[in-house]
Design a protein around this ligand. Structure first.
Ligand code: DOR
Ligand code: ZN
Length: 347
C-alpha cells in the first residue's frame, strides 16, 4: 500500500480568485499547493483586455504571501465586442494564456458573455492561428432545457459544430460534469481537453438535497447523477492526457450562498489535494494522480512541468479542515464532502 507520494507541484487549470478582500483571503490557499493557476476573468467588470489582465495580475502578485513562487496565468473574457486584434495583442503580452467563453447568462457574471457564437468566429480564427486555447463554460442558456441536461445539449448544439469548424483551435471543455462530456472529449482528438473539479468527483446531485437544501454544494454546471460522477472518476483517474485538474474553486461570502437565491460556486481550493488523493486511492489509481494534477495540463498548454514538488501522506486519523475562512467581515465555507479523508499534504 502506498502511504506517501511525491509529485511535481500541481497546477490548477481553472480558478476563481476574485478581487479585494476575497482575493486577499483565498490566494494563500491556492499558492500553498499549486505552482500555477489559470485565473478566471469573470470579475465585475470582466477582464476583457490585455491591459486589464495585466492590472489584475499585478493585484494578485501583490496579494501573494512573501516568498511564494505561485504564478497566475491570466485569461481574457470573450465578448461579442472582442476583436481578433484584442486577442492578438493580449497574447503578445505573454501573460494571457487563454480566452474564456461564457454563454451570456449561463453563470456568475456571465452577462457580458456571448449570445450568438457566430459573432466571435473571427476571434476564434485568430486564436487558432496563435495557438491560444479557448476555455468553454459548456451549458446552453435556455430555460426550456432541463438544468441537468444543459451540458449535454451544449455539446450537440454549440461545441460539436465549433470543434468541426476550427479543427486547429485548442478547446478546453471546463468542469465536465457528464458522461456525455467525457465521451465528447475522448472522441474529439488531441486539440480538445476537459478539466474536472474535485467536487464533481466526490458528490452527485443528491448531495444538494440531503435532508434539506445544501447551498454549499451548489455550483454550475450543477452536479449530476451518480453514473455521470463515475464516468468522471474513470476519466480523471485513468491517466488519459486529455483530462486534467481545474478546481473551479469559486468562493462566495456565506451570506450570498445561504439566502433565498444563493449563488453558484464551491470553495474547494484548500481541500483539493486531500480530496483528490482520496478519490485516486479509492479507485486504486494513486499512481495516476500526478498525470491529472501535474503533467497533463502543462502538456496541453505547452508549458514546462513544475520543478518543485508536493508530497502527500496517508493519515490514520481523518484530515481536519476549518469549516470556513474569514474574508473581511464575511466568512466563506469550505467544501466538505462528508466522508473521512485519509490523505494530507505534508509540510
Ligand atoms: O459555480 C460556478 N461558480 N460556476 C461558474 O461557472 C462560475 C463560478 C463563479 O464565478 O462563482
Ligand atoms: Zn468557474
Amino acid at each position: 500500500m502506498t502511504d506517501r507520494i511525491t509529485i511535481p507541484r500541481p497546477d490548477d487549470w481553472h480558478l476563481h480568485l476574485r478581487d479585494g478582500a476575497v482575493l486577499e483571503a483565498v490566494l494563500a490557499d491556492t499558492a500553498r499547493h499549486f505552482g500555477r493557476a489559470i485565473v478566471m476573468p469573470n470579475l465585475v467588470p470582466p477582464v476583457t483586455s490585455g491591459a486589464a489582465a495585466d492590472a489584475y495580475r499585478a493585484r494578485i502578485l501583490a496579494a501573494l504571501p512573501a516568498g511564494s513562487d505561485f504564478t497566475p496565468l491570466m485569461t481574457l473574457y470573450l465578448t461579442e465586442a472582442t476583436s481578433a486584434d484584442d486577442v492578438r495583442s493580449a497574447a503578445n503580452t505573454g501573460i494571457v494564456h487563454a480566452v474564456k467563453l461564457y454563454p451570456a447568462g449561463a453563470t456568475t457574471n456571465s452577462e457580458a458573455g456571448v449570445r450568438d457564437i457566430e459573432t466571435v468566429y473571427p476571434v476564434l480564427e485568430a486564436m487558432s492561428e496563435i495557438g491560444l486555447p479557448l476555455l468553454v463554460h459548456g451549458e446552453v442558456v435556455d430555460s426550456g432545457v432541463d438544468i441537468f441536461d444543459r451540458e449535454a445539449v451544449f455539446l450537440d448544439r454549440v461545441l460539436a459544430p465549433l470543434r468541426a469548424r476550427f479543427a486547429d483551435l485548442k478547446i478546453v471543455l471546463e468542469h465536465v460534469t457528464t458522461k456525455d462530456g467525457v465521451d465528447f472529449v475522448q472522441c474529439a482528438g488531441p486539440n480538445t481537453a476537459g478539466t474536472i473539479t474535485p467536487h464533481h468527483l466526490m458528490i452527485n446531485r443528491n448531495a444538494l438535497f440531503n435532508k434539506g437544501l445544501r447551498p454549499h454544494f451548489y455550483c454550475l454546471p450543477v452536479a449530476k447523477r451518480e453514473h455521470h460522477r463515475l464516468a468522471l472518476v474513470e476519466a480523471a483517474t485513468g491517466g488519459g492526457e486529455q483530462f486534467f485538474l481545474g478546481t473551479d474553486s469559486a468562493p462566495h461570502p456565506d451570506k450570498d450562498k445561504e439566502t433565498a437565491c444563493g449563488c453558484a460556486g464551491i470553495y474547494v481550493a484548500p481541500v483539493t489535494m486531500t480530496c483528490l488523493a482520496q478519490v485516486f486511492d479509492d479507485a486504486g489509481k494513486i499512481s495516476n494522480l500526478e498525470k491529472f494534477v501535474s503533467l497533463n495540463g502543462p502538456g496541453f498548454y505547452g508549458l514546462p512541468v513544475n520543478d518543485a514538488t508536493l508530497t502527500l501522506e496517508r493519515c490514520v486519523d481523518p484530515a481536519i479542515f476549518p469549516v470556513s475562512i474569514s474574508a473581511g467581515a464575511d466568512t466563506i465555507t469550505l467544501f466538505d464532502p462528508g466522508v473521512p479523508l485519509h490523505w494530507m499534504v505534508a509540510d
